[in-house]
Design a protein around this ligand. Structure first.
Ligand code: C2E
Ligand code: MG
Ligand code: MG
Ligand code: MG
Length: 275
């Protein structure tokens, strides 16, 4: 009996592994065609001043409209895109589309706030990343101060190179945010050395507001740290009035989250702005 159930367990395990492989394999193949087929779409999530509730920025988040599987979120495909290198063309597409859109919105008189675009590690480490971004800014005519690039602490894997790339990006005139701050290995070791404008408190800390324990202490610490480094601090994943009140009380500059708005399609976002 024990032997039989052991065997079953192995079979069950194998089947699951196979299924994961199967899914991975198909996602990779479909991902290769998705760009040509125009299946990616930009969603936009607004960001706000904590004190006044005024709009202060907007983050672009990519979605994949799969022909048979429906809408797929980035958590399902960005890591596969990273491993296969497909993130490079996909990320470049997102950047170009975002800059085109923002340039159009600035011309049309929409709010003059920066648009944030996520850069994955692999994309950031591309030899020509600075030239690519410069080229896209030139092509689209977007004034660089309206582009905010979100990188994670993972970029500190190669600190010298990262400092060089960040400095050159800043020379271009774009803004840099450190996304998911506090979840990486290097948070405190490198943050003071990085030429950046903003710390983005990871939503896992925001979720802990109200627990009366270390979660709140860590948020207060990040806000202090950011401000003493002359950085702006934004909290992501803000869902409740209580979280907003806590962040306001602690002097967090900006907030982003479902409390104000989910990521919206471009049309929904325009309605949201009432433009
Ligand atoms: P992120 O850059 O940290 O983006 C924040 C994520 O939190 C987004 O998930 C957003 O929809 C979600 N979110 C925002 N407010 C709330 C809230 O109040 N509650 C909860 N529970 N979630 C909230 P999303 O769109 O699924 O994106 C996941 C991650 O995928 C992003 O995390 C980012 O790392 C990556 N990603 C998204 N778009 C791109 C892209 O164009 N390029 C690259 N390289 N990565 C991207
Ligand atoms: Mg930002
Ligand atoms: Mg982000
Ligand atoms: Mg984040």
């Amino acid at each position: 009996r024990a032997k039989a159930s052991g065997t079953n367990r192995v079979e069950f395990y194998d089947r699951r592994v196979n299924q994961e492989f199967y899914e991975y394999f198909h996602v990779e193949n479909d991902l290769r065609k998705a760009l040509d087929r125009g299946e990616f779409e930009l969603y936009v999530q607004p960001q706000f001043h904590t004190t006044t509730g005024e709009l202060c920025g907007e983050e672009v988040l990519v979605r994949w409209q799969h022909p048979t599987q429906g809408m797929i979120g980035p958590s399902k495909f960005i890591s596969i895109a990273e491993e296969t290198g497909l993130i490079v063309p996909i990320g470049e597409w997102v950047l170009r589309e975002a800059c085109k859109l923002k340039a159009k919105w600035i011309k049309a008189g929409f709010p003059k706030v920066p648009m944030s675009v996520n850069l994955s590690l692999k994309q950031f480490l591309q030899k020509n990343i600075v030239q690519t971004i410069e080229m896209i800014l030139n092509e689209t005519g977007l004034p660089p101060e309206y582009l905010d690039l979100e990188v994670t602490e993972s970029v500190t894997v190669d600190l010298d190179r990262t400092l060089d790339v960040l400095n050159r990006l800043i020379q271009l005139g774009v803004r840099i945010s450190l996304d998911d701050f506090g979840t990486g290995y290097s948070s405190l070791q490198y943050v003071g050395q990085l030429p950046i404008h903003e710390l983005k408190i990871d939503q896992s800390f925001v979720k802990k507001i109200g627990d009366g324990k270390h979660g709140e202490a860590i948020i207060s610490m990040i806000i202090h740290l950011g401000h003493s480094l002359q950085l702006k601090v934004i909290a992501e994943g803000v869902e409740t009035k209580q979280q907003l009140a806590f962040l306001k009380n602690k002097g967090c500059d900006y907030v982003q989250g479902y409390y104000y708005s989910k990521p919206l399609t471009v049309d929904q976002y325009k309605q949201f702005l009432r433009v």
